[in-house]
Design a protein around this ligand. Structure first.
Ligand code: SF4
Length: 418
């Protein structure tokens, strides 16, 4: 749409302002043909999705814009936009805009990143500007140490269930995460919380760059330490900064969460579910939960299950989908692909897929229960089924049990027995 606007209003042969700072992705619809209904095919929607791809390819070539497209040797994408931007592009102190609501994902690296509409994208290609009013900030402090079966996803599901957030008071505000439990999270894990600033309705989410960010830039970008430290230096809020509101959580009081179907704000503790909830589909993937750190969690749970002679329950299908080729490569090197295969999980190449009702892992019946590590579960988002949101630990543990359970790490279980 932005390309069509540009050619129509600026000129067929006009050049985008600074094309080196623009990046295109083909990520949402890579697997659409596998799940689209015959009825929608007849309406021409699959052909339309294909035309988007051709228009994107043509415009990027003409303008000299980098396109992270579909793979040429097998089905799949190079990566989901947010995953690749986090791995390869975003830097502390940068301002990033994206035509997708989960653009705040890379706030985990310490840049200000927010979603914009097509008109703003088109305008930015002319002027390199976007017009915004500096928003107020909400400070979220997570103190203490989290339990070994709790992750960033549990923190954010708890936040989303709180009255201040549910009543919309954080809308359009910057959500700044800090505190010992946030400092302890990897950049990948922090990205789960900055990504889901979109579910809060915030302008963006951000974590001040620190030593973890320096390590991330060194490991994932091969950046020399001095250069990484230079990017991170001085990037924090003033000690006397004013906040619209401060939320404080104790990490050690938090146990695994789920959001029940219909809204990411329907959070409750797994242990508060009144009856066992059998699951037919478990899904671990998307920009929110297809990162290296998420794969560590799926692999940890499945490896422990295999040691106990268990695998994915007969009654459940467990799909694991990488956020990017870099994450797929990471899994290959760590031996995770073998663990996933032995445990009976179905591994899928990168794409948004089931998250947007456009790939394997979608539900097909209204009574079908799905547990997913994705970020939103609005009605119909991933098919007609009952979609619960949870952490990668909880999703994998539930896939093995066949119903929604908390993950119990082996070490913790031994401790209880002792
Ligand atoms: S994985 Fe889902 S939430 Fe993330 S960009 Fe794709 S459709 Fe959006």
């Amino acid at each position: 749409m932005a390309a069509i606007f540009f050619e129509h209003f600026v000129g067929k042969d006009a050049k985008v302002n600074d094309p080196d700072t623009v990046i295109f992705f083909r990520d949402h619809l890579t697997f659409l043909d596998e799940v689209i209904s015959e009825e929608k095919k007849k309406m021409g929607l699959l052909d339309l999705a294909g035309q988007l791809k051709f228009k994107q390819e043509e415009f990027s070539k003409k303008q000299g814009i980098k396109l992270h497209g579909e793979l040429t040797d097998r089905k799949g994408s190079e990566g989901i936009c947010h995953s690749v931007i986090a791995e390869s592009y975003a830097l502390p102190g940068q301002l990033n805009v994206g035509s997708d609501s989960h653009t705040p994902h890379v706030g985990a690296v310490g840049c200000v990143a927010f979603g914009i509409g097509t008109t703003d994208v088109f305008n930015s290609w002319i002027t390199k500007d976007v017009r915004v009013k500096v928003p107020e900030s909400v400070r979220v402090v997570v103190r203490g140490k989290r339990k070994p079966n709790v992750s960033a996803k549990d923190f954010i599901l708890l936040l989303l269930s709180m009255e201040y957030i549910r009543s919309g008071k954080a809308l359009a505000k910057v959500i700044e995460y800090c505190g010992e439990a946030i400092e302890e999270l990897s950049v990948d894990e922090r990205a789960t919380m900055t990504n889901m600033a979109a579910e809060i309705g915030g302008f963006t989410g951000i974590v001040a760059p620190d030593q973890k960010t320096v390590e991330f830039l060194m490991e994932r970008r091969n950046m020399p330490r001095a250069e990484a430290e230079g990017f991170c230096k001085g990037m924090y809020s003033d000690p006397d900064a004013q906040y619209a509101h401060v939320i404080e959580l104790d990490a050690d009081a938090i146990t695994p969460m789920v959001a029940t179907p219909g809204d990411p704000g329907n959070g409750k503790y797994v242990r508060e579910l009144n009856t066992p909830v059998p699951v037919e589909i478990a899904y671990g993937g998307t920009c929110t939960a297809g990162k290296n750190a998420d794969m560590d969690m799926y692999a940890q749970v499945l490896a422990e299950a295999l040691k106990q002679g268990k695998r994915v329950a007969e009654s459940c299908k467990f799909y694991v989908q990488f956020g990017s080729q870099e994450t797929r490569e990471y899994c290959l090197q760590k031996g995770y692909l073998e663990i996933f295969k032995q445990a009976g999980a179905i591994v899928i190449e990168p794409s948004c897929g089931a998250c947007i009702n456009a790939g394997p892992g979608v539900s097909t019946r209204a009574d079908q229960v799905v547990i997913s590590a994705q970020n939103r579960n609005f009605p119909g988002r991933s098919g007609p089924g009952q979609l619960y949101l949870a952490s990668p630990y909880t999703v994998a543990a539930s896939a093995v049990a066949g119903y929604i359970v908390e993950y119990e790490p082996t070490a913790q279980r031994k401790l209880v027995v002792a």
